[in-house]
Design a protein around this ligand. Sequence first.
Ligand SMILES: C[S@@+](CC[C@H](N)C(=O)[O-])C[C@H]1O[C@@H](n2cnc3c(N)ncnc32)[C@H](O)[C@@H]1O
Length: 252
Amino acid sequence: MSTTESYEYTARYYDAAYEELSAQRADIPFYQNLAAETGGPVLELGCGTGRSLLPIAARGLACTGLDLSPAMLEQFRRRPGAEAVTLACARMESFDFGAQRFRLIFSAFRAFQHLDTVEQQLGCLARVRAHLAPGGLFAFDLFNPRLERMALDSEPETLDLSFNYEGRPTRRYVGATRDRVNQVIQLTMRYVEETGAGPARESIVHLSMRWFWRYEIEHLMHRAGFTDVKIYGDFDRSPVGRNSPAFVVLAR
Ligand SMILES: C[S@@+](CC[C@H](N)C(=O)[O-])C[C@H]1O[C@@H](n2cnc3c(N)ncnc32)[C@H](O)[C@@H]1O
């Protein structure tokens, strides 16, 4: 299943699944503050349904969102405030906005981890550098891989989320297999939506994510030509520690 196909199914549940989680995550205020500091224009790579970009656009900054999934962008267009955002269906490793430059380019909620190969990652970073205004900022977040979990070849399916989709109780079960040679996790997400009297509606999504080690990102960023690179362990800019949940990367 390609990433585009995966998000075709994911789009249906994305906003409902992450509604509660988003209220607890510090990523939205983090990117909002960066956007306010830079003053825009702002570009998000892998903007999905607008979870992170719409709150920035709501503050009146010029925003562009890019995503490879027509289904996710379709959900984005339905949300209040979307008309203020320029949307493009394109890949983050090959986009081209001509002479347009951005003061902030960001990629929230691990979208960069859908780039499996170094060639794709460097391709994306080169496109970012080409589109940054002088002194502009690039920011993104990744999960901090837990060594003990990365050592497992597979993890059995478990209940990961319960939420309501248009009033119908819905559950998401997630299982994983790992390709440690290529640092890629293959996730299988099974959504089960109760439909009342009839049988539950079930959809299965396969999604791959590349994991990164801390110094790998540092080297990658420098190889791509970024000079001022900072990696934090969370959105509060705490240093990377043993139990840090994320790598939050800021680069110029
Ligand atoms: C986990 S979602 C994050 C969405 C949004 N950034 C958020 O914070 O909710 C990842 C998004 O990245 C998009 N994506 C994955 N690979 C991509 C690529 N190569 N180019 C552009 N978008 C991509 C997916 O379609 C999806 O919408």
